[in-house]
Design a protein around this ligand. Structure first.
Ligand code: C5P
Length: 403
């Protein structure tokens, strides 16, 4: 994948996320880089030296004064790298880096290194938001260290918040970008704009009209496109899903905000994938910003939000447009086909929302991709990640003029 082999030192510290470092090491070594791994003592409790040694192709470096396996100047030798990556980085290692301590091989290597340094913190969300950790991270950033912030989601401790180590593919993509490497994927060079989630139309300050979309399908598409080398922007309507390094996120809530965000970005994209479930109606007039009092009857007048994808003002008319059709009841595939034409899309992804085992809020989906040329592609029930790749296979083929 990589054009040039670089010397990369991967420092693994004692977080439960250390188990992800094997996959990260495999990606970096697989891209042709000369990879050396340093483990702290605490990291050895979470991930085996044998696994990291095997994927990196070199014995794992361990202790400062371990003369049997490493020369006394191991840290100086290791510091002559093109990039030092610490992933996962615990609060403890971050604090020691900020303080300039050197009581293990990784810290001594960091102090001796003149190359770019990238740190991927991973810890409990309360720890991540502790003022001491924040200050240490800020200090490292001021000294030129690149921080890849943790993702939000369920943490190993069972709590939910930000603190998860980003997925290895996302860290790998970011490292390749930092090294100036072209990420050679079949979507490299394409700018992909994805919408995800469900918009909310306020009734008052606390109530709204919305739908069951979780955003999982759109997030899966954005992540898959990023892995395949695209520059990805994701417009997220009310999604509380983990975020990945390497993707640009724009948060919106209402259909009007989603339209404005799209209008701002659409001319700079080559592919637009509208996976968001946009509310078709909003409450007419100005909403009371307080809380409506309970009455025996309330009349809400609803007006159409207007179809965004078909009325989007865009100057860049060469781009591909992919829509979604979530359909219910008889004649559903035909209705999706009519939508493809009416909305002037290049592709529409149909899914059957009468089934409860797929679609909204589920991790799985079953889709039929209609391309308007009669060559429908059916993808049987599988993960949303796999569905995303099948949609992108067609996007890549159309981009090459084969679709
Ligand atoms: O007509 P329907 O809502 O089924 O169309 C779905 C497709 O149209 C999706 O791609 C959705 O993102 C888009 N859409 C839109 N503006 C709306 C409603 C849906 O762009 N107001």
């Amino acid at each position: 994948m990589s054009q040039t082999s670089r010397k990369i030192v991967l420092g693994v510290t004692g977080s439960i996320a250390a188990c992800k470092s094997v996959e990260l090491a495999r990606l970096l070594a697989g891209a042709g880089h000369d990879l050396r791994v340093i483990q702290t003592d605490a990291a050895r409790r979470f991930v085996g030296e044998a696994a990291l040694g095997a994927v990196s192709g070199h014995p794992v470096a361990g202790r400062l004064f371990d003369n049997t396996s490493e020369p006394v100047f191991a840290h100086i030798e290791l510091a002559r790298a093109d990039l030092l990556l610490v992933a996962p980085a615990t609060a403890n290692t971050i604090a020691k880096m900020a303080a300039g301590m050197a009581d293990n091989l990784l810290l001594a290597t960091y102090l001796a290194a003149e190359c770019p340094v990238v740190v991927c913190p991973a810890m409990n969300h309360h720890m991540w938001h502790h003022p001491a950790v924040k200050q240490n991270v800020k200090l490292l950033m001021q000294r030129g260290v690149t921080i890849i912030p943790p993702d939000a989601g369920e943490l190993a401790c069972g709590e939910t918040g930000d603190g998860r180590l980003p997925e290895p593919e996302a860290i790998f993509c970011r490292i390749q970008q930092l090294l100036g490497e072209e990420i050679v994927g079949d979507l490299a060079g394409l700018r992909v704009l994805v919408t995800a989630g469900g918009t909310r139309e306020p009734i008052d300050a606390v109530r709204f009209i919305s739908n069951k979309s979780s955003g999982k399908m759109g997030f899966a598409i954005a992540e898959a496109a990023c892995m395949r080398g695209a520059a990805v922007t994701l417009i997220a309507a009310n999604c509380s899903l983990p975020r990945r390094a390497g993707i640009r996120y724009v948060d919106v809530s209402t259909a009007a905000e989603l339209r404005a965000a799209l209008e701002a970005d659409v001319d700079a994209c080559d592919v637009l994938i509208m996976a968001a479930a946009v509310s078709d109606y909003m409450v007419s007039g100005k909403q009371t910003m307080g809380k409506l009092e309970r009455k025996s009857k309330i009349n809400l007048q609803l007006v159409e939000t207007g179809d965004i994808v078909s009325s989007l003002e865009r100057n860049n008319t060469s781009g591909l447009k992919v829509g979604f059709a979530a359909e219910y009841g008889g004649d559903k595939l035909e209705r999706a086909r009519r939508k493809l034409r009416r909305k002037q899309l290049d592709m529409i992804v149909f899914n059957d929302i009468s089934r409860s085992d797929i679609g909204f809020e589920s991790d799985d989906n079953e889709i039929t991709i209609l391309t308007g040329d009669g060559k429908d592609v059916h993808v049987g029930k599988t993960s949303k990640a796999e569905c995303a790749h099948r949609i992108l296979d067609l996007v890549a083929a159309k981009g090459r003029g084969q679709g």
